[in-house]
Design a protein around this ligand. Structure first.
Ligand SMILES: Nc1ncnc2c1ncn2[C@@H]1O[C@H](COP(=O)(O)OP(=O)(O)O)[C@@H](O)[C@H]1O
Ligand SMILES: [Mg+2]
Length: 230
């Protein structure tokens, strides 16, 4: 039986019955500002704390900015040493992004021995393929390729405009083994906005299906898995 990979977010790990399945692929889907990068960083940090090697591929935020964000959380980024391999890819450079992700990533995972890999956001990679059928083909091939690697993969995706429940290209939720959906919930009087999370899919697991509120703090995320929104 496969083991569990602790996500490192209090409350979420309980909802996942201990964590993600080892060597599985998890998509974090949500509109901008819902916390996708924050969750991804927390997953990375959990691995680093456990002495694992982590590869973080950022297509959005620059390396210095991500390091600054981590330092702001009070994490000792200097002390990470070679446990964190942070790579910024320019999402407008088609050839670079494609070759780095498609050809070089498997070799990098093997040479570093990384057990956690993050691509944030995968939607910018998907967007490089203008043709829809090519995009679908490329994404299937990429995910298949990643299944051969001895790591747990997190991919994040923006939602599609007008549909806060679906990923930008509608592919990652089919391809991933687990899907965590982040969303804003407005109070009945529209005076307040809360963040909430739902595990919408987790293959081979009787995970929680409830929508749970969460908060982002300066140094961590707290999912109130005991609280109920409705
Ligand atoms: N230090 C902090 N304290 C409290 N909330 C924060 C802090 N840093 C970020 N946030 C919250 O997290 C949100 C950004 O999350 P982020 O992970 O960048 O979202 P996404 O990647 O989904 O666009 C911000 O909109 C803000 O509300
Ligand atoms: Mg982000």
């Amino acid at each position: 039986m496969k083991g569990r990979v602790k996500f490192g977010v209090e409350g979420l790990d309980e909802m996942l019955l201990g964590g993600l399945l080892e060597r599985s692929i998890c998509a974090i889907v949500g509109t901008y500002g819902t916390g996708k990068t924050t969750f991804a960083l927390q997953f990375a940090y959990e691995g680093i704390k456990r002495g694992e090697k982590v590869i973080y591929i950022s297509l959005e935020e620059r390396e210095e900015l991500l390091r600054a964000t981590m330092a702001q959380k009070g994490w000792d980024t200097e002390g990470f040493g070679d446990r964190l391999y942070l790579l910024r890819l320019d999402p407008t450079d088609f050839n670079l992004a494609i070759s780095s992700i498609k050809s070089e990533l498997p070799a990098l995972i093997r040479s570093t021995g990384a057990s956690r890999v993050i691509i944030d956001p995968i939607s910018l990679f998907e967007g490089l393929f203008v043709d829809e059928s090519v995009r679908r083909q490329e994404m299937f091939a990429f995910i298949e390729m990643m299944r051969d690697e001895a790591c747990t993969l997190i991919i994040t995706s923006e939602t599609e405009t007008g549909n806060p429940d679906g990923s930008r290209y509608g592919l990652v939720e089919y391809l991933a083994d687990a899907v965590v959906l982040l969303r804003y919930i407005r109070s009945p009087g529209l005076t307040e906005v809360h963040l909430a999370l739902e595990v919408v899919k987790m293959r081979r697991s009787a995970h929680s299906r409830e929508i749970k509120p969460f908060e982002i703090f300066s140094d961590r995320i707290m999912v109130y898995s005991e609280a109920s929104l409705f």
